[in-house]
Design a protein around this ligand. Structure first.
Ligand code: SF4
Length: 754
């Protein structure tokens, strides 16, 4: 029966929840009486109170009970520090921590890993001891990238998981709804508090035709990015269906879901199918596949005639490979136009470095297809003309491609295999080939290409594409090389065209697990001591934020009025700052340093209204804090897009911010602001943005009457004149309590005290 199949081989006491989910879904079906999308089935069957809660897509807030939590090392620090400060003694649902973000690429896999372990010892020790203490599975440095490990071990059809990383949706490749959240949400779920999510809309993507030739699963999501842009998926789950689905491997579906984060989607998901069965069996989970088969129609695929809020059609037969960038993942160029477009736009035509792998594209199949291209080049006496870096997604993939000769091919091709970790994808890259500021091009099979993301160099034009095209372009080192059409010259002087990439989807000899990199929580974990040195530069126990004093916010300063794009990278930079993720004081020194000040179009240079002098944003904010001047930050569209980094909310709160006022928010960041007790407000009239000056004083009025759906009145004083504008918010009743308590965590503590 459904009762006795474990959720994973590491969670012997937690079982597949299908029977229970179906019971809950029946309750919801009785209420809604309509065909349901797959997304709705999975979400609604995880409702805390299926009989009572409001369910309206795009409107109501759902209180959900996720099955599990995953956290990576950069975000887990703050989440665990928060969990520790809640005073509970064990996590409420199966949870894992993955060490992948703190490993810098410098030389190659082995030495880089050794160095990272030494350098980050304090943090890894903190993560492993707190994991042991609170009954959390711990994946050591070198184990691989969180989303790949989740796919290999934990994801299953119908799963509802939250993860403290924006690419958590990767698990949709196995039919789970996996949502990227901030650490504060993870703390809720670990503390057995229902997790709140605004009921998403559902965008249906009807795939027809078949993937073949140079076209890869990555092109589906690159095309989606072109169609929907970086914010088109906001507030929606993207649900794929149609005959084309079966032509995509399970890991290929994961690639597509992974990068749904780039279009702002809450998550993405594929219906349970044979490709998932194949992958489950190959990864030792045939029992899960067998159980899922029983629930295929009722729970794990969409109902016939279900209603999508929007439908997008993509014909895989005519889908041309795409290369997206630079600087934004939605700027799509068909490979046949890339050279021409690059010339027109003055993108540096020479590619400096090609990088494949990352959580997005490092499956056995991806590696095999790239190796087939590399081998074709080698057979013609060619190799990569530029550095070619490979990041395996997991120790299991690394060990398997090592055994199967794929790494040998990459080495002969001139490639370097980096550690099983994020590395250059998150700026953990000791790049030496170009100087800071130098204009240059790189091509990756990653998912994200914001300015400075990979190497902290604003001159780097980063393009994202499939691993296949990345590999092919490494041979010429040129953006204007189209492997579908253009010929190469072999060492023998003869012209040839690269063959279309081919590879096994799954290893014929099975996966080689490689080294054992997992550490399960010990039986008597509660006795483990977690130590945080008060003198530590990297970890700091968290004192609670102050409660709201019940008064209106009067004459707030405008710390910064931000112009243009403001992602969480602009608010709280990554790269070298990653090491302070567990130390709020220290990391706050990066606050807003990447955001453009509307007053002077400069980064990290704002006027201190107390002294009249210009200075770095964090320094000015500290000065305001010392002088008890509360402030707001003002921004434009899709503010906070990019990641689930709650530091982007914690830092403004820590340095005296009380509200962020923008034209629109990215979902995860908006929630994170609310969790930390900040007011997340949007201009009712977007043009009111223009009324805010650097010297303006803003007052937020009638805050004691704050209510769902009711705008906040804001008085804007400019010199002698004053005028009132309306600000909207999306706070619900519970979130208003977070604001009043000073933070969501403060409220949890109040609840625990009864
Ligand atoms: Fe790591 Fe990059 Fe994937 Fe994020 S997107 S988990 S940084 S590999």
């Amino acid at each position: 029966s459904a009762g006795n199949v474990p959720m994973s081989k590491f969670d012997k006491d937690a079982y597949l929840p299908y029977k229970h989910l179906l019971e809950r879904l029946e309750i919801v079906r009785g209420r809604l009486k309509q065909p349901l999308t797959l997304s709705e089935k999975v979400l609604y069957s995880h409702l805390d109170e299926p009989a009572k809660q409001d369910i309206e897509r795009g409107k109501s807030y759902l209180r959900l009970r996720p099955d599990r939590v995953s956290m990576q090392d950069a975000t887990a620090q703050m989440a665990l520090l928060q969990f520790i400060s809640s005073g509970l003694n064990q996590v409420a649902v199966p949870t894992t921590v993955h060490c992948d973000h703190l490993i810098e690429a410098q030389i190659s896999g082995v030495p880089d890993l050794e160095r990272a372990i030494k350098l980050n010892k304090e943090v890894f020790d903190f993560l492993s001891s707190s994991s042991a203490k609170y009954n959390i599975g711990f994946w050591k440095p070198g184990s691989g990238i969180i989303h790949q490990i989740v796919l290999e071990n934990y994801a299953f059809p119908g799963l509802l998981m939250i993860g403290t990383d924006s690419h958590t949706p990767n698990g949709g490749g196995l039919g789970g709804l996996c949502v990227g959240v901030g650490g504060a949400d993870a703390v809720d779920v670990m503390a057995n508090i229902p997790w709140e999510l605004q009921c998403p809309k559902v965008i249906g993507v009807n795939l027809t035709g078949k993937i073949s030739g140079w076209t890869s699963p990555k092109d589906v999501i690159l095309k989606m990015a072109e169609i929907l842009t970086v914010k088109g998926g906001t507030g929606a789950i993207i649900e794929y269906y149609g005959k084309g689905v079966d032509s995509i491997s399970c890991t290929g579906m994961a690639t597509i879901c992974n990068m749904g984060a780039e279009i702002g989607a809450t998550t993405s998901v594929f219906p349970f199918n044979q490709r998932m069965v194949d992958y489950l069996c190959a990864t030792g989970r045939g029992n899960i596949a067998g159980e899922a088969e029983k629930y295929k129609d009722s729970l794990l695929t969409a109902d016939k005639d279900c209603k999508y809020d929007r439908v997008i059609d993509i014909n895989l037969d005519t889908l041309e490979p795409l290369v997206n960038g630079p600087f934004t993942p939605d700027l799509a160029h068909p490979i046949s136009k890339l050279g021409e477009n690059s010339k027109k736009n003055n993108y540096p035509m020479d590619i400096k470095v090609a990088l494949i792998g990352s959580c997005t594209n490092s499956s056995y199949e991806d590696m095999g297809r790239c190796a087939s291209i590399a081998k074709d080049a080698i057979d013609h006496g060619l190799k990569a003309k530029i550095p070619f870096n490979v990041t395996p997604g997991s120790e299991q993939v690394r060990a398997t491609i090592a055994r199967d000769g794929i790494i040998d091919i990459f080495n002969k091709f001139g490639g370097t295999v980096l550690a099983n970790a994020c590395g250059p994808c998150i700026g953990q890259w000791d790049r030496k080939d170009v100087k800071k500021g130098e204009k240059n091009t790189i091509v990756t099979s990653y998912n994200r290409n914001f300015t400075g993301r990979n190497d902290a160099n604003p001159g780097t034009h980063s393009f994202v594409t499939s691993p296949e095209l990345t590999t092919a372009m490494a041979i010429t080192g040129r953006l204007d090389f189209n492997p579908l059409k253009d010929e190469l010259t072999g060492a023998d002087g003869k012209k040839f065209k690269l063959k279309e990439p081919v590879a096994d989807e799954l290893p014929a000899k099975g996966f080689d697990p490689g080294e054992d990199t997992y550490s399960p929580p010990p039986p008597k974990g509660t006795e483990v001591k977690v130590v945080v040195d008060p003198k530590s530069e990297r970890l700091q126990l968290l004192p609670p934020f102050e409660k709201w004093d019940g008064k209106d916010y009067i004459d707030l300063a405008v710390l910064i009025k931000i112009k243009g794009k403001c992602t969480t990278d602009h608010i709280s930079a990554a790269g070298p700052w990653l090491k302070y993720r567990g130390h709020l004081d220290n990391i706050s020194n990066n606050m807003f340093i990447g955001a453009v000040n509307a007053e002077n179009n400069e980064m990290n240079n704002i006027k201190n209204q107390l002294t009249g002098e210009f200075g770095p944003v964090p320094a000015v904010a500290c000065d305001y804090k010392v002088n008890k001047i509360r402030w707001v930050a003002v921004g434009e569209e899709n503010y906070g897009e990019g990641s689930s980094r709650e530091h982007a909310a914690l830092e403004p709160r820590h340095l005296g911010g009380v509200a962020v006022i923008v034209k629109s928010f990215a979902r995860i960041h908006e929630t994170n602001l609310k969790k930390q007790g900040l007011l997340a407000l949007t201009f009712a009239n977007a043009s009111d943005y223009d009324k805010i000056q650097p010297t303006s004083k803003l007052s937020l009025l009638n805050l004691k009457d704050l209510a769902p759906g009711k705008p906040v009145e804001c008085e804007v004083k400019n010199g002698g004149s004053s005028e009132k504008i309306q600000l909207n918010h999306t706070l619900n009743d519970l979130q208003i309590k977070w604001f009043q308590a000073g933070s969501a965590l403060n409220m949890m503590k109040e609840l625990a005290k009864g």
